[in-house]
Design a protein around this ligand. Structure first.
Ligand SMILES: [Zn+2]
Length: 256
């Protein structure tokens, strides 16, 4: 292994493992958030419908610069759809404008991409973007330190239910993807969240009968939402939980 790759490895490890901004969680019971990255047209349509049919809402991490394109993996929802999701009470979060990889993109360029996403999306949804999800779950330390000042929270793609406290710079999350979790796994992680009075953040991508390897079937998504509600969990958006009644922008200002 060359010295450079060792350095890269250490940096990645630090960015992910070092808790850089711990915030207390005051949870009265197990809480579950359903989040969708990119966002696939199918998630905006069928994912949102599955949540709404059960009276709950999700968080959709949108790449504004790619909205409405065919993209690599699946067609992405257009800006009119994003606006409609926001009107129906879903949270629209930031996923950068063009989906750069934080492990290989310098912080300055990466943060410009985040700014660009806000410039595109904030007029569409009529409010600030208050939470963030790292594309590919890839986190650079300077990126993380800057983003945790800017957003209420930044979501990664590793970990499990969070109890008592969370790292604002890297919320833990569990993949809700058919390729990586089945009904037994969903039950186990939700039981753990309930037992610990913890916050479980699921993330998914496309929602389709034959999903990509990053996607979930409508049936499995419904199974998870029904399971959360049957267990008496609070189902809340990321900003809704962290905002705790105050508006996200108020929280963001007070966190600076
Ligand atoms: Zn993504």
């Amino acid at each position: 292994m060359t010295r450079e790759t060792l350095n890269e490895k250490v940096k990645r490890h630090l960015a992910r493992r070092v808790v850089t901004c711990q915030v207390p969680l005051a949870l009265d019971r197990g809480t579950v958030s359903f989040t969708f990255d990119d966002i696939a047209d199918s998630a905006a349509r069928d994912g949102a419908r599955i949540l709404e049919d059960r009276g709950v809402r999700g968080t959709f991490y949108v790449c504004g610069g790619l909205a409405g394109t065919a993209w690599d993996l699946y067609p992405l929802a257009g800006l009119a759809t994003v606006a409609d999701l926001a009107r129906r009470g879903h949270e629209i979060g930031c996923h950068t404008a063009t989906h750069p990889n934080g492990a290989t993109t310098g912080a300055k360029r990466y943060l410009r991409d985040v700014d660009e996403n806000a410039r595109i999306l904030e007029p569409v949804i009529g409010q600030p973007l208050s939470t963030f999800a790292y594309p590919y779950g890839a986190i650079g330390l300077p990126h993380k330190l800057a983003l945790q000042r800017r957003f209420l929270a930044c979501r990664g793609i590793h970990g499990g239910p969070m109890s008592r406290r969370a790292d604002r710079g890297r919320l833990e999350a569990v993949a809700l993807e058919n390729a990586s979790i089945g009904e037994a796994g969903i039950d186990a992680v939700m039981d753990e969240a309930v037992a610990r009075g913890a916050w479980l953040v699921f993330y998914a991508h496309d929602v389709a009968d034959r999903p990509t390897r990053f996607g979930v079937t409508p049936e499995r998504l419904a199974y998870a939402v029904d399971g959360a509600l049957a267990r008496g969990c609070r189902v809340e958006t990321v900003a809704g939980l962290l905002g705790n009644g105050a508006s996200a922008s108020d929280m963001r200002r007070s966190a600076r």
